[in-house]
Design a protein around this ligand. Structure first.
Ligand code: FAD
Ligand code: FES
Length: 322
């Protein structure tokens, strides 16, 4: 392919599938790899008419000039990306690094907690603390043994690693909050806990550390649209204060976060999201039926036809006035 015909965008140079729903994408972007700091995220558009979605930079390699994203296929866009984002294809747009880098500070002993998909974004923080000279205790939680990923990466940067599974198929049987209790019992001098995962998990972690007055940071994932502090979509409540996760976070003091409000706001577009995913999966089934015969492909390019069919709502419509 000559340069003029090369697709425009950021090349995917690696991919690994951890489970039927979770996959990693390694993307070539030397400038982003150079600028990225633990805790930051990017906004991705996989194709020209695709939705913008925020994804955490789960790893970066300055020498190779790559960043790694770990994605869970939960709805229309992440499922579409699971099919289309293969090695050799490109992401149409990649904006970042965004958000305030996680302060690695002067903590001497830290606990880095990742639950499920949250294991990926906690990795750069665990490595950053280790590089800063801290004693790092990693706590990773999965539903079951077959969902475990990146244990080797954590082994390389953690002084201790506590693995928890809901069903007891690997490590201790229990939640990450049980892992934190174990860590606190054997280390009375923990300076800080950082927890990333589903809101309920982060809330549970904050409740375990509250009586011990251990500083606890959590990474919030409210719905984001522009990612630049303009739309108000990512408002989060901390006590009496309102913050925008995209520009004031995404890391916040877990003891102050109003998790009930966060969870309620995350469910706000559930019906629209369900409709979008249904329309997309019906279109995929149509694509499978028409492609072999080429009937639609004869009348107009398949990509155009599909992008018309998946002509979704404008995300800015949803957040008028914040
Ligand atoms: C700072 C930040 C970092 C994130 N990092 C990761 C990551 O590393 N890996 C990963 O798999 N996911 C990450 N997410 C969540 C990811 O953005 C959503 O899963 C994705 O947007 C879902 O889109 P969808 O069309 O596939 O699903 P939809 O069906 O549209 O939504 C499914 C659920 O995803 C959430 N969601 C939907 N749209 C958005 C949006 N624009 N912004 C935030 N959440 C949304 C909502 O809770 C929704 O109920 C992150 C979110 C934020 C805010
Ligand atoms: S996404 Fe944060 S203000 Fe719009």
């Amino acid at each position: 392919m000559n340069d003029a015909n090369k697709p425009v965008g950021f090349e995917i140079v690696g991919r690994e599938d951890f489970s039927p729903a979770t996959y990693s994408l390694v993307i070539r972007h030397p400038l982003m790899a150079k600028a990225a700091r633990p805790g930051q995220f990017v906004i991705v558009m996989s194709h020209e008419s695709g939705e913008r979605i925020p994804l955490t930079i789960a790893d970066f390699d300055r020498e190779k000039g790559t960043i790694t994203l770990v994605v869970q296929a939960v709805g229309k866009t992440t499922k579409e990306m699971q099919q289309t984002c293969q090695v050799g294809t490109v992401l149409y747009a990649l904006v970042g690094p965004m958000g305030i880098p996680s302060p690695l500070g002067t903590a001497r002993k830290v606990v880095c907690v990742g639950g499920g998909l949250g294991v990926a974004p906690i990795f750069p923080q665990a490595r950053g603390f280790k590089e800063n000279g801290a004693y790092v205790i990693g706590i990773l939680g999965f539903r079951s043994k077959n969902l475990i990923f990146w244990q080797d990466k954590f082994n390389s940067c953690c002084d201790e690693l506590i693995l928890c599974t809901d069903d007891g198929s690997a490590g201790i049987k229990g939640f990450v909050s049980d892992g934190i209790k174990l860590a606190i019992a054997s280390h009375p001098d923990i300076d800080e806990v950082i927890a990333i995962g589903p809101p309920l998990m982060m809330k549970a972690c904050a409740e375990v550390t509250r009586p011990h007055a251990i500083k606890t940071m959590v990474s919030l994932n409210p719905i984001m649209v522009d990612g630049t502090g303009m739309c108000g979509g990512c408002r989060v409540k901390l006590g009496d204060e309102v913050k925008f996760a995209c520009v004031d976070g995404p890391d916040f003091d877990g003891h102050k976060v109003d998790f009930a409000d966060l969870m309620m706001r995350l469910r706000r577009y559930a019906e629209t999201e369900k409709t979008a995913a249904q329309r997309w999966s019906e279109n995929c089934r149509m694509k499978d039926q028409i492609e072999p015969e080429g009937t639609l492909a004869h009348t107009k390019p398949l990509s155009d036809a599909l992008s018309e069919m998946i002509d979704l709502f404008d995300p800015f419509e949803q957040v008028k006035g914040g």
